[in-house]
Design a binder for this molecule. Structure first.
Ligand SMILES: [Fe+2]
Ligand SMILES: [Fe+2]
Length: 165
């Protein structure tokens, strides 16, 4: 089985995040199709690193990994048909940031990444390169997560990281 791209880098910068209690909740919450929020977050983090390397961007690699891993740290099932969940797309970045700040000390790049990752749905644009990369990676991954043949392959790689972290 080949590895998830950038697996070592993700574990080096984010092993404390991967093993935290909130991530156990993320494993139980579905994001898209059969992808849990945890699977999605790992996939997005890997995609962020791929994009930044392909474009030769000078990024803060540690912040890129940590902000991406925590970008959807909202910790509830957004598919439940509640009034609050109807506006999940707009509200979850703020909720994720509040939750993440309770557990981890975040720098300004990581905070901005989490808070602005839904741009342009939420109108304030990202401030840093890392936040912009996350915006793009999140949308690419969300699209691939719904494509059948692809999602099985990437999910196997993601599950492997979970057991190595
Ligand atoms: Fe999100
Ligand atoms: Fe996301």
């Amino acid at each position: 089985m080949s590895k998830l791209k950038h697996e070592k880098t993700i574990i080096r910068h984010g092993s404390d995040i991967l093993s935290c209690k909130g991530m156990k909740t993320e494993k139980k919450c579905i994001q898209h199709g059969t992808f849990s929020v945890y699977d999605h977050s790992l996939y997005v983090t890997s995609m962020c690193l791929t994009i930044s390397k392909k474009l030769h961007l000078r990024v803060n690699e540690r912040s890129l990994v940590r902000g991406a891993l925590l970008h959807d740290f909202f910790l509830y099932d957004w598919h439940e048909p509640t009034k609050a969940n109807r506006i999940h797309g707009f509200t979850h970045p703020g909720i994720a940031l509040r939750n993440a700040e309770k557990v981890f000390k975040l720098n300004k790049i990581e905070k901005n990444m989490i808070k602005r990752h839904m741009f342009p749905l939420t109108p304030v644009p990202p401030r840093y390169k890392e936040s912009a990369v996350l915006c793009v990676a999140d949308k690419i991954c969300a699209t691939f997560e719904t494509v059948d043949g692809f999602k099985t392959k990437i999910k196997k790689k993601i599950r492997r990281v979970g057991s190595n972290a």
